[in-house]
Ligand binder design. Structure first.
Ligand code: NAD
Ligand code: APR
Length: 257
């Protein structure tokens, strides 16, 4: 295999404590509509920033809820890719592996990852906009992919509007998730960063914390990113091809991939 893949495979095989840190590129080959791609049909006359903010939800809960329901259905039509399965294979092989994702889809879970840390929340964790009580599934009447406003369900506990469980522009990241991610990055000996542009903070801090504290960093991304400067090995390619090759080079064929 490729010399960089061999080098990365040796690092992965020797690692005792691994963090896998993923971004939107992880889901690219699953065809999940990206944040911007999700602005099609009715949504194309909106700017993402105009929908993914607390102000937008307060102004028109049905419009914002309808958009996230449309995207949740879009994610449900998508399938995890070989990259998601390779991440699950790493977790199966290295017990001390923590998966930290910026993605709000559930493709890591559907590929077998038990407990990803969702730094930006999840499309599948709606909660009450007032008392934060989790919404029960199904989340609302729309069990069909809508293409327009849908009134959000009411909280069973306080009757306020249920909101999407994702981090909006201007909102802080969930404290517990951020603390778990920093803790894992601070104590790992290897961090594999996949499919993130490394531009959005504070999430982009995670690989830098690991590198600063002496961890080895492997980056998987077809493009250059600011994380190139902290990466020990750069695997320039798409996650769904590179990650299975990395796992295969480290441990031979594993059935999960
Ligand atoms: P999102 O961009 O996270 O999109 C969610 C889905 O689209 C995920 O499945 C993700 O994998 C996929 N995706 C996103 N970009 C992609 C790409 N370029 N290629 C392929 N797939 C891609 O949008 P969201 O649902 O609104 O949730 C995240 C929210 O959190 C966004 O509004 C985002 O801007 C916000 N955010 C806040 C902070 C912060 O620090 N407050 C940081 C980052 C993101
Ligand atoms: N395999 C690996 N990486 C890929 C692939 C692929 N098949 N396709 C694209 N990429 C890379 C791109 O080169 C880019 O660097 O994935 C990265 C995607 O970057 P962003 O779109 O900025 O996604 P992300 O880094 O996750 O953004 C962080 O900001 O917009 C918000 O909510 C969004 O949580 C996200 C956060």
């Amino acid at each position: 295999g490729h010399p960089a893949t061999q080098e990365a495979a040796a690092l992965l095989d020797q690692a005792e404590r691994v963090v896998v840190f993923t971004g939107a590129g992880m889901s690219a080959e699953s065809g999940v509509p990206t944040f911007r791609d999700a602005l099609t049909g009715l949504w194309q006359r909106f700017d993402a920033q105009a929908l993914a903010t607390p102000e937008a939800f307060r102004a028109d809960p049905a419009l914002v809820w309808g958009w996230y329901e449309w995207r949740r259905h879009a994610v449900q039509q998508a399938q995890p890719n070989a990259g998601h399965r390779a991440v699950a294979a790493i977790e199966a092989r290295v017990p001390n592996t923590v998966l930290v994702t910026q993605n709000v889809d559930d493709l890591h879970e559907r590929a077998g990852s038990a407990n990803p840390v969702h730094l930006h929340g999840s499309l599948f964790a709606p909660r009450c906009s007032a008392c934060a009580h989790p919404a029960s599934t199904p989340y609302g009447e729309a069990d069909e992919p809508t293409d327009g406003p849908v009134p959000p369900p009411r909280c069973a506990r306080c009757a306020a509007d249920i909101r999407p469980g994702v981090v909006w522009f201007g909102e802080a990241l969930p404290t517990a998730a951020l603390e778990a991610a920093v803790e894992a990055a601070s104590s790992c000996d290897l961090l594999v960063t996949v499919g993130t542009s490394g531009l959005v903070y504070p999430a982009a801090e995670i690989p830098q914390v690991a590198a600063r504290l002496g961890a080895t960093v492997i980056q998987v991304n077809p493009e250059e990113t600011p994380l190139d400067r902290v990466a020990t090995v750069n695997l320039r390619g798409p996650a769904a091809r590179v990650l299975p090759a990395l796992v295969e080079a480290a441990w031979g064929d594993t059935d999960q991939v």
